[in-house]
Design a protein around this ligand. Structure first.
Ligand code: G6Q
Length: 550
């Protein structure tokens, strides 16, 4: 996109990139690989037991030099430092952004409004350890003396997606007798389907809500509370309900003893909160030692992000590549493909993390942007998705840069399954990059016995344009430490994009309007009242639904 006036006026590097793009837009990656035997090595970064290979991108040394110049012009290092220092970089909400404090394993002081936040962070971690140990060891029991083995997380958005993704990712580490469930959607089906499976005597509900005012979460929590009280009586509530929130007043109003409340703070955004007590379900499932290993992994990525020079900095490189595709090539979507069944919820988690953070149209200085911000994120676990949307990735007219995430070792090494999985992961990256010419397709078909006429007819359909970019992330195994690194990496990548686009990645005003309007439609559905001011479509839809529900 060449119309990026605000950025191009401001940044010399943007102008250079615009010009450079014209020179390289048609360059084929396979030619770059042929010319440079060291390309993979030069465009790879190792960090502990992970490696990012970004060599299959449409970049040259000049591209990287200009992108890094752009980062410097946008004051990348200063802005990263400001976040770690606890400055109020979430300007629209006047808040610090300190998910990094939640995993600040060196415990160095971090100040917000002159107060070191670390003692509070550590106190909550200690409280989580005590509680999770007690539940897992059967010291904290249900009302009738039974062990609490069903953990139900009630929350939505940031109070659901992180814990749900991480507990699934770490399923191999769950205590044998513990099972985790997640209720997020207001759809009564979500709640009913979970409750139908459970014995109230063995069930612990964690009501996760930063604000404790979210209608979905409170409605689900009320329904679950009633289910429990109907079975065990009012006195059972304190043994079966805990809350995670920043809002003690609302927690008490709801009827949960604040002694059973785990606190977190306004400097933790919802979608950045799985490292806080919002991760209680993760800690209950995998144990506090493993939860802390996840924090350790995230901290390693934090330190890498904070201290590594920009040219070797994994989140910085990933963020800059995303800008390169989004704003110069006009590739406006990205796919996340984990080749690990346990990471099946990662794409959904990252959809929120990336799109809620950077789906913005107003800059930090209050102007409307005239360039594209967040790409559209989708994805799914390989190899399943190879049999669905990969057709478009290989031959569609949209070009979708992908992240391919690969653990070298599986938690379930069954026969040759994992080697087949690995072969597929690597093959996709190579195929997307190399493609197949019509000539190759033609000769391949002739060799396989097709007539020349048939081969001629089919050669275009059987060809692949290639030159489609991928990043490959290799891990030894997705253990708690690696998961921490992976998630922190994406958090920081998102921040890097936000810095370049000059937007606030840490608010989410865009989810408000629909919520407000639902509140005004609800009474109309529940009574004879007819609301004013709807468009005729909405009015008709309300009428139709009321007729059907009579
Ligand atoms: C995340 C958002 C949003 C939030 C949910 C739930 O960054 O703020 O997804 O997590 O709306 O909010 P509560 O935790 O306040 O219920």
């Amino acid at each position: 996109m060449f119309g990026c006036k605000q950025l191009s006026n401001k940044c010399k590097a943007w102008k250079k990139l615009t010009k450079h793009f014209k020179d390289v837009q048609k360059t084929e990656m396979k030619t770059l690989f042929k010319k440079d035997a060291q390309r993979a090595e030069r465009y790879s970064i190792n960090l502990d037991a992970m490696m990012l290979d970004y060599s299959k991108n449409r970049i040259t040394d000049k591209t990287m030099a200009y992108l890094l110049e752009l980062a410097k012009e946008c004051k990348m290092s200063e802005k990263i430092e400001a976040m770690f220092k606890g400055e109020k970089i979430n300007k629209t909400e006047n808040r610090a952004v300190l998910h990094v404090a939640l995993r600040n394993r060196e415990n160095t002081p971090i100040y917000v409004d002159g107060k070191d936040v670390m003692p509070d962070v550590n106190a909550v971690l200690a409280k989580i350890r005590k509680f999770t140990d007690d539940v897992r060891l059967g010291k904290f029991l249900g009302y009738t003396g039974k062990k609490l083995t069903n953990i139900v997380n009630i929350g939505i958005g940031g109070s659901d997606l992180g814990p749900k993704m991480a507990t699934e990712a770490l399923k191999k580490y769950w205590a044998k007798d513990i099972k985790c469930y997640f209720i997020s959607n207001i759809d009564g089906t979500a709640c009913s389907e979970v409750l139908n499976k459970l014995n109230p005597e063995e069930t612990l509900f964690i009501v996760c809500s930063k604000t404790f005012t979210t209608i979905e979460t409170l409605t689900n929590a009320k329904t679950c509370r009633k289910w429990l009280v109907d079975a065990l009586g009012e006195h059972a509530v304190s043994k079966h309900f805990v809350a995670v929130s920043t809002n003690a007043v609302e927690v008490a109003k709801f009827g949960i003893d604040t002694a059973n409340m785990f606190e977190f703070w306004n400097f933790v955004g919802g979608r950045y909160s799985m490292w806080s007590a919002i991760g209680l379900s993760i800690a209950l499932a995998v144990g506090m030692d493993n939860f802390e290993k996840m924090l350790d992994g995230a901290h390693e990525m934090d330190m890498h992000f904070k201290y590594t020079e920009l040219s070797q900095n994994i989140p910085v490189i990933l963020g800059l590549l995303s800008v390169w595709y989004n704003n110069f090539f006009n590739f406006h979507s990205t796919a996340i493909i984990p080749y690990d069944q346990y990471l099946q919820y990662l794409p959904a988690y990252l959809q929120q993390q990336i799109m809620e953070s950077n789906g913005k149209f107003v800059t930090n200085s209050g102007e409307l942007v005239n360039y594209c911000t967040s790409p559209i994120v989708f994805g799914g676990a390989g190899t399943d998705v190879q049999h669905s949307f990969f057709q478009l990735l290989h031959q569609g007219t949209e070009i979708v840069p992908c992240d391919i995430i690969v653990p070298a070792i599986s938690h379930n090494e069954v026969g040759e399954h994992h080697e087949i999985l690995l072969a597929n992961a690597l093959a996709q990256g190579e195929a997307l990059m190399r493609g197949k010419s019509t000539r190759e397709a033609y000769y391949e078909m002739c060799k396989a016995g097709k007539t020349k006429e048939e081969a001629e007819k089919l050669k275009k359909c059987k060809s692949f344009p290639g030159n489609r970019p991928t990043n490959t992330l290799i891990f030894k195994k997705i253990d708690p430490y690696a998961l921490g690194m992976l998630i922190a990496m994406y958090e920081h990548k998102t921040f890097v994009e936000g810095i370049i686009w000059n937007i606030n990645s840490f608010d989410q005003m865009g989810v408000e309007l629909g919520k407000q309007m639902a509140l005004s439609i609800l009474p109309e559905l529940q009574s004879n009242a007819s609301g004013l001011g709807h468009d005729s479509s909405t009015t008709n839809l309300i009428k139709m639904i009321k007729r059907l529900r009579k």
